[in-house]
Design a protein around this ligand. Structure first.
Ligand code: SF4
Length: 375
């Protein structure tokens, strides 16, 4: 698909060792970073494998047949993931998102979902468990995931035109099977269902209208994501970014929209509701979202941490290096020590890449691949 091939520099091995604080502080759920941002959202990558080759994430030319995936022994086990998740809950995490690669490629994922769903905070609150998938296996897995305790699901879908979609996933995967997966998720009672469309100027912006028409009034929340300079292999260029403001204008030509209140603090999407004839938000018609990391950075209240599939803690989607929690786990550190390590790493966090993008201050470092830490 894309002509620019940038060789992959394997950053997976370069995680920082964590020095355990001498006087571990007890987790009180009030942990904040150097900008006062709490830790609320934990994204857990459960595999570095994917069955798609979306050019903005895992270009086929780079992630080719010779690409070496992580060996099974390097991956965190479900028990290790659940133990870490429990400790993150102690520091204030309330939302757990399972990602990848493609998370449904991880065998028996419902076992992990059941373990995570059984977790509770000290005051008995259950975490919100959700998952981001390319939808390719959802038609087979939706029921089992729901029964295991999954509450919601976000499906990536970059167009309805089969030719466009097949070329964007670059493995000739049919759009119909993803739509079947969305229907299966709905039938299983997973919801609200969100659909994420990455918009790349010159590739699929003409799919914005058809996608809006298809999901309007369906109960599915459609979000448009600005094409991002994630990782170091997708050959990102600013002139291929279609700013979200243009996306909103495009849709407003056909459907009146009203701005809606932001969701929870740290919510990445700007919400727009479909309006009725009187110009008021009509919940029956539903809403869309735009996620504008390039043109409207939202680092000020970013409360997201990312755990790679081998237990490295990343503090930003555009980070270059993680912090090695797995070594602590496998070296026999106890809960208090690992919890203190999480607090020390998050407490020192100052990341705000999107605010700095394109400025002198922007860190000119090789960024970790999104397929490794999840979107
Ligand atoms: S660029 Fe980094 S700090 Fe900013 S919102 Fe994204 S993940 Fe958060």
């Amino acid at each position: 698909m894309s002509e620019r091939v940038i060789p992959l520099v394997d950053l997976r091995a370069g995680a920082r060792a964590i020095t355990l604080p001498t006087t571990p502080a007890r987790a009180n759920g009030l942990l904040a970073d150097t900008r006062g941002r709490p830790l609320r959202d934990l994204r857990i990558s459960v595999t570095d494998r994917c069955n798609f080759r979306c050019s903005y994430c895992m270009p086929k030319e780079v992630f080719d047949k010779d690409h070496v995936y992580l060996p099974q022994a390097a991956l965190l086990s479900f028990e290790e993931i659940t133990r870490l998740a429990r400790l993150f809950l102690g520091h204030g995490v309330r939302k757990i998102r399972l990602t990848g690669g493609e998370p449904l490629l991880r065998k028996n994922l419902e076992v992990l979902v059941a373990q995570l769903s059984a977790l509770r905070t000290e005051d008995g609150v259950a975490p919100d468990i959700t998952l981001t998938t390319n939808g390719s296996l959802l038609h087979r897995k939706a029921r089992a995931l729901k029964d295991a305790g999954l509450q919601r699901v976000t499906v990536s879908l970059d167009g309805l035109d089969d030719r466009v979609f097949r070329s964007m996933n670059d493995v000739d995967f049919p759009v119909a099977q993803v739509l079947e997966g969305i229907a299966a998720a709905r039938a299983a009672g997973l919801g609200p269902i969100k659909v994420n469309m990455v918009v790349k100027r010159g590739t699929n912006e003409h799919e914005i209208g058809p996608m809006a028409r298809h999901f309007r009034g369906s109960g599915v929340v459609l979000r448009f994501i600005e094409y991002m300079d994630v990782g170091a292999t997708n050959g990102w260029r600013m002139d291929e970014v279609l700013p979200s403001a243009e996306v909103v204008r495009l849709i407003q030509r056909e459907f009146p929209l009203v701005a809606l209140e932001p969701g929870a603090p740290g919510e990445t999407a700007e919400r727009w509701g479909y309006a009725d004839a009187a110009g008021r938000f009509d919940p029956a018609l539903g809403e869309i979202g735009v996620i504008s990391s390039v043109t409207q950075a939202f680092c000020h209240d970013c409360n997201r941490a990312r755990l790679s599939t081998e237990g490295h803690l990343y503090l930003c989607l555009f980070a270059a290096q993680g912090h090695d929690l797995r070594s602590l786990l496998r070296a026999g550190a106890d809960d208090a020590q690992i919890s203190a390590a999480i607090a020390a790493v998050w407490g020192a966090r100052s990341d705000r890449y999107s605010e700095l993008r394109g400025t002198q201050a922007a860190p000119a470092r090789q960024r970790v691949e999104m397929s490794y830490i999840g979107g």
